[in-house]
Ligand binder design. Structure first.
Ligand code: ASP
Ligand code: MG
Length: 436
C-alpha cells in the first residue's frame, strides 16, 4: 500500500485535479489518496464560521458567494457530461446548506468544526466523482469513520489502525481509496480536525496505521530545499534525509511539511517521499532512516518569535525553579521553542503569543522579566553535525556580524538553533549559504 497526499494547490483547479488523477493512475499498486480542500477554501470557511458566530449574517453570505465563485470552474470544467456536472453541483449545494443552517441556530463550537470540514468533504467527493466519470474504480473512505483523537487531543493511532484494517478488508478487490485529510472525530465522537495544515498529518498517520510501503506528499515544490528559496537564489532539493533531520526542519519553518507529521512515519519506519505535482518525474526528497550524510543539510528560519528573559537570584543553586517557570507556560498552553539558562537567568522563546501578557504577569513573581518580539530562529541542520568538528565554528563565522541573542547547541545531534532579530534574517540566510 502507498499513501498519496495532495495539498490545496495540487487540487486547486480543475486542471490540477486532472493532473492528480493522472499521477495516481500511473502505477498499479494499492493506494490511499488523501486530499486537502481546494486552496484558499479553508481560509474562507474560517471567516464564514467567525461571521456566523458573531451573528454577521451579511458577511457570512458574502463569503459564501465568494466560495461559490471559487468553486464555479470546477463545476463547469472538471466534468464533461451534464449529469456529472449536475452531481457536482448537488455536492456543493449540500455543503452550502450545511453551512447556512448554522445561521439560524444558537452558536455551538462544534458548528465551527463542521464548517471547517466542508473543504475536504467537497474536494474528495468531487475527485471521487471525477474518477467514476472516467470509469476508474475507487472507494471514498470517510475519514470521520477512522480518524480519531483521544482525550488529550492527540491522534489515536491504535484506533485508526484497527478501524482501517476492518474497513479495507471489506474491499479486497479495490486498489484505489480516496479520503479526506485534516478532519477527524474527537474522543466524544464529535467532528474535529488536526489543526491547520493537518492533511500531511492525516497522510502519515494513515501510512503508519496500514504500515504502508511509502507515504508520498505531493506539493508544488520539488522537496525540501537546503535554504529558503524565497530569500536565496540557487537552492537545491535535498535527495535523502533522516526522520530526525526532517523533524528539525519541518518544525523550523521549511513550510513543506506539517511539523508533527514525521513522528508517526518514523515510529512505523515508513519512508516519506516529498514530490512535486508540477514535475512528477523529479526525484524529490526521501525521508527515511537514510540520512543526508551531509555535515550541513539545510538551513531554515522561523519568524515571529518572542523572547522572554527571567532574571532571578532565587534560581541560584535552587531546584524546582525551572519547573515552576514551565508550569506558567503549561497553564497558558503555550509551547516553548528554545531555551538557554545561566546560573541566575533563563531565556526562552515562544511563537504563540495570545497569552503573553498573562504569562509575563505570572513570571514576575520569580524575578525581573523582560520580553521582546520580532525575532527569528535560524536552524542549521546536518546529519550528526554536533559530532563533526569545526561545524559550529563555520556556522558562527558565517554570521559573525549578526547580533546573536540565544544559541541552542547539543539539544539534538542534528541541529544548531540561533536566535537573531528578525531584520537580520535575510542577511543571515544569505551568509549561511556559504556553508554549502
Ligand atoms: N485544508 C486544511 C488547511 O488549509 C488542511 C490542509 O490543507 O492541510 O489547513
Ligand atoms: Mg500543507
Amino acid at each position: 500500500m502507498v499513501i498519496y497526499k495532495f495539498g490545496g494547490t495540487s487540487v486547486g483547479s480543475p486542471e490540477r485535479m486532472q493532473e492528480v488523477q493522472s499521477i495516481i493512475t500511473r502505477s498499479g499498486e494499492r493506494k490511499i489518496v488523501v486530499l486537502s480542500a481546494v486552496s484558499g477554501v479553508t481560509n474562507t470557511l474560517v471567516r464564514i464560521a467567525e461571521a456566523i458566530e458573531a451573528h454577521e449574517t451579511d458577511t457570512a453570505m458574502h463569503e459564501l458567494t465568494g466560495l461559490d465563485e471559487r468553486y464555479q470552474p470546477f463545476l463547469s470544467d472538471l466534468f464533461g457530461s451534464p449529469s456529472g456536472q449536475q452531481k457536482a453541483r448537488l455536492i456543493m449545494e449540500e455543503s452550502f446548506r450545511t453551512i447556512r443552517q448554522f445561521m439560524e441556530q444558537d452558536w455551538d463550537d462544534e458548528f465551527r468544526k463542521i464548517i471547517l470540514a466542508q473543504g475536504e468533504l467537497v474536494s474528495t467527493r468531487w475527485f471521487h466523482l471525477q474518477l467514476q466519470e472516467t470509469g476508474i474504480d475507487a472507494i471514498l473512505l470517510p475519514a470521520l469513520d477512522f480518524m480519531r483523537t483521544n482525550a488529550e487531543g492527540e491522534p489515536d493511532l491504535e484506533y485508526t489502525a484497527a478501524r482501517l484494517s476492518e474497513i479495507l478488508a471489506l474491499y479486497p478487490g479495490i486498489k484505489l481509496f480516496i479520503t479526506q485529510g485534516y478532519i477527524c472525530r474527537n474522543h466524544q465522537g464529535r467532528i474535529d480536525n488536526l489543526k491547520r495544515g493537518g492533511s500531511d498529518y492525516t497522510a502519515t498517520l494513515v501510512g503508519a496505521a496500514v504500515k504502508a510501503d511509502e507515504i508520498q506528499i505531493w506539493t508544488d515544490i520539488d522537496g525540501v530545499h537546503n535554504n529558503d528559496p524565497r530569500v536565496v537564489e540557487g537552492t537545491h532539493p535535498i535527495r535523502f534525509m533522516s526522520y530526525r533531520e526532517a523533524a528539525e526542519l519541518a518544525y523550523f519553518g521549511a513550510k513543506i511539511l506539517h511539523p508533527s507529521c514525521v513522528i508517526p512515519a518514523e515510529l512505523a519506519l515508513v519512508p516519506i517521499r516529498l514530490k512535486n505535482t508540477m514535475q512528477p518525474d523529479a526525484p524529490g526528497t526521501l525521508i527515511s532512516l537514510r540520512s543526508s550524510s551531509q555535515s550541513i543539510t539545510a538551513v531554515a528560519a522561523k519568524d515571529g518569535i518572542t523572547v522572554i528573559k527571567i532574571y532571578s537570584h532565587r534560581m541560584f543553586m535552587a531546584y524546582g525553579f525551572l519547573r515552576r517557570v514551565f508550569e506558567v507556560f503549561e497553564k497558558y498552553r503555550t509551547p516553548i521553542d528554545m531555551i538557554t539558562t545561566s546560573e541566575v537567568a533563563v531565556s526562552l522563546t515562544i511563537d504563540f503569543t495570545d497569552h503573553l501578557h498573562e504569562i509575563i504577569r505570572e513570571l514576575k513573581q520569580f524575578g525581573e522579566v523582560e520580553w521582546e518580539g520580532e525575532h527569528t530562529i535560524l536552524c542549521v541542520v546536518g546529519d550528526n553535525l554536533i559530532k563533526r568538528s569545526g561545524i559550529a565554528q563555520k556556522v558562527f563565522a558565517a554570521i559573525e556580524k549578526m547580533p546573536i541573542r540565544m544559541i541552542s547547541y547539543g539539544g539534538s545531534r542534528h541541529n544548531i538553533s540561533i536566535l537573531i532579530p528578525e531584520n537580520y534574517k535575510r542577511d543571515a540566510l544569505l551568509q549561511l549559504n556559504s556553508l554549502f
